[in-house]
Design a protein around this ligand. Structure first.
Ligand code: FES
Length: 166
């Protein structure tokens, strides 16, 4: 027998099944409805899931008091706070300018805190020297933890004459 003979069943097996227009439209419709359903489910899930904004804690530990030399101003960049140590004790001063919110810089040579944006200047205790800032730099509550570390609460503004003796 020759190999050239065609097998009618083999030829039939390789033919693609015919899809009617109705079946094609049904499949398209089911697919579109499925996609729309998934989108609706995703939107519903997003609507009902809580919108939680995780903000950093306003209270932070500033370490052992011995880390801060006497008569020093230490800028804590991640908290944007100055820890000031005077012979009377410690206080924590905001490093955010009260004019338009720029972060100030400690200038040890001039013994002052200066704002790079519009030129406000402050004493190390936050008192305004000059410039457009309407208020002094606020003082935050500072205390000692049970294990002897400094702790600052940026939500509590205190009077500038309150000093932590440590
Ligand atoms: S933001 Fe500091 S002086 Fe304007």
């Amino acid at each position: 027998m020759s190999d050239d003979k065609q097998n009618p069943q083999g030829a039939q097996a390789t033919r693609r099944p015919e899809v009617s227009r109705r079946d094609f439209l049904n499949e398209i419709t089911v697919g579109a409805l499925g996609i729309a359903g998934l989108g609706g489910a995703a939107l519903t899930y997003q609507y009902f899931s809580p919108n939680v904004l995780f903000e950093p804690s306003t209270t932070f530990r500033a370490g052992n008091p011995d880390l801060y030399p006497a008569n020093s101003v230490t800028f804590l960049q991640d908290q944007q706070v100055y820890i000031v140590r005077t012979p009377e004790g410690f206080f924590a001063v905001s490093a955010v300018c009260t004019h338009l919110g720029c972060v100030t810089q400690w200038k040890p040579d001039a013994d002052m805190i200066a704002c790079p944006c519009h030129g406000s200047k402050f004493q190390p205790n936050g008192k305004k020297i000059e410039g457009p800032a309407p208020r002094p730099l606020p003082h935050y509550a500072i205390n000692l933890t049970a294990d002897g570390e400094l702790q600052v609460d940026k939500l509590q503004i205190i009077k500038p004459d309150q000093v932590l003796k440590a």
